[in-house]
Structures are given as C-alpha cells and as structure tokens.
Ligand binder design. Structure first.
Ligand code: ZN
Length: 297
C-alpha cells in the first residue's frame, strides 16, 4: 500500500468514525476512488430496539381530546433505539430513568404507573457499548419518558429542533425540578440545532422528520435499512395502534391543529415510501421487532 493511499484510507476511517466500527474496505485503491468505493458498499447500518420502561395508563381518557378512551386503561411500553452508522452511533430517545429499575413496583405519577424491568445502560452493554461511546443523541421530544437517561449522553452531540430546545429549557420546564434534572446536562452538551427535517449522516439513510404538535419540536425518525427497508419511528405522534387509526389527539399536546397536520405529513410519507411504522409506545410493535442485541439491518 502506498503512503498516499494509506493516508487516504486513514482519512476515510477518520471521516466515518471507524476503529470500533466496521472498517472501510482496504486494499490500496487509488485515493480518488477510495471514497466512492466505500460509499458504494453501503457500510453497516443497524437499528436496535430497546425496552426503556413500561407505562400502565390508569386513565386512558387523557389520550383523546374528544373522550374516545374515557374509562379505559392500557399498558404501554417505552422504547429507545440505537442506530449504528459508520459515522457514529445515534441514540433515539432515552426512556424512563434507569433508577426506576430499583423500585420493582415502580412509581405512580398521576394517570401513569411506571416501571423499568430493564435498564438502558444494561441493554447498551449487551451491544458492547457504554453511554460515553455514543456519539449522537436525539429525542423525539423532551417529555420525561423520552429523556429519563439523557444526562448520560451529555458528551454526545445533541441533535435538537430549535423549537424543542426552547421548550425544554423554558422557565416552566426548569421549575419541574425532578424531571428537569434528568436532562439538564444537555444544556451544555455539544449541540446541532436543527429546524425541520434533517439528514443526520448526510447520506439520506437516517432522517429526523419534523412532526410538531405533541410538543413544539416533536419529531419522528426514518431509518432506511438495506434489508429491512424504511422504518419510521413515530415518537409520540401516536401512542398506540387505535390512536393511529382514529387519529386521536392527547389532551396535553401543545398544538392540536399542528398535531393533525403532522399526522397528515406522517401518513403521506409512510404511504409514499412503504415504511414499516413503529409506534414507539405500542407493545405489539415492539414485540414484532428483534430485541437488542439483535437488530434490523
Ligand atoms: Zn412518550
């Protein structure tokens, strides 16, 4: 291998953040051809689903402004996702706090009884990772069940909608001390502030899709996998299958009309690309996925 091509490969490895990841193909290709060759081989992209808590809803009525679920109860799951890309690992949502794992009967807060039979840190360890190894963190939105372990990822680049950042660091959010404490370190994390849809790694395979309304900067995540195809993670645009079918709007959404527009956008996108939709709180959708350390690719 010539010195020049060694430099070229080293540059590519640095560019894609390799070392602990899949290596770019070696073999002394001329520098000018090395980068396209690496791209053409579509290096690894994996999606790992993790269980980040369970939520028993004691009053499902709060999930519809129109009262569709009055008097009902439901068990939901709380999920987190790791996307492994040659340019880095992205954690999508940080679940309920792992500390709840120490309370087997969980914690009851208002209409919710929350438990955490598994920890996020434990499931990352099963993949061979520690929180400090994760290069990018983003959340569908900043509610307590999506940022519970966010402080563990304060060394990662925090990819956040400008509107969500303003929402999560507003005075009213700070006043909710216990909840705020779970993600307060993100305020000083290296940040990539975005507005609207965003191509995370620049190759079109991992996209944050703006879906405001549940919160001002609420987003979905689209991961286009080589074998499994496009997978669309809903965030909390919908909380369970029936909510998607009826397009119900929870009582605590910041903007119901914006939510309905996001539902239109989501359904048009899902239909256009033939995406597998994963409703992040729907136990049946989680059950149908391979569980970390297994993955979709
Ligand atoms: Zn949620």
């Amino acid at each position: 291998m010539s010195r020049a091509s060694s430099f070229a490969i080293a540059a590519i490895l640095a560019l894609v953040g390799c070392g602990k990841k899949e290596a770019a193909p070696e073999g002394g290709a001329p520098a000018a051809e090395a980068a396209p060759a690496a791209a053409a081989e579509a290096p690894l992209l994996r999606l790992y689903a993790m269980e980040c808590g369970r939520i028993d809803v004691l009053d499902l009525g709060v999930f519809d402004l129109g009262g569709a679920y009055a008097g009902q109860t439901k068990s939901l799951i709380d999920t987190c996702y790791l996307v492994r890309h040659p340019a880095g690992d992205l954690l999508w949502d940080a679940g309920l706090p792992d500390s709840i794992n120490a309370a087997p009967d969980g914690v009851t807060e208002g209409a919710f009884r929350i438990t955490a039979p598994k920890t996020l840190v434990g499931q990352l360890a099963d993949i061979g990772l520690q929180p400090a190894d994760v290069e990018f963190f983003s959340a569908s939105h900043s509610h307590f069940d999506h940022v519970g372990n966010a402080n563990l990822f304060a060394a990662a680049t925090f990819i956040v909608q400008k509107a969500e950042r303003a929402f999560m660091f507003r005075d009213e959010a700070r006043a909710n001390a216990q909840e705020f404490a779970s993600y307060s370190a993100l305020e000083n994390a290296p940040a990539r502030e975005i507005e609207g849809d965003h191509d995370v790694f620049g190759d079109g395979r991992v996209k944050i899709v703006s879906m405001p309304g549940h919160t001002p900067g609420h987003s979905a995540l689209l991961v286009t996998l080589a074998n499994a195809g496009p997978v669309l993670l809903t965030g909390d645009l919908y909380h369970f299958t029936e909510a998607r079918e009826k397009r119900t709007v929870p009582t605590w959404n910041t903007d119901p009309e914006e939510t309905r527009r996001s539902m239109e956008k989501f359904e048009a996108l899902a239909a256009k690309i033939g995406a597998r939709v994963v409703i992040q709180h729907e136990p049946a959708d989680y059950d149908a996925l391979p569980k970390a350390p297994e993955y979709l690719d």
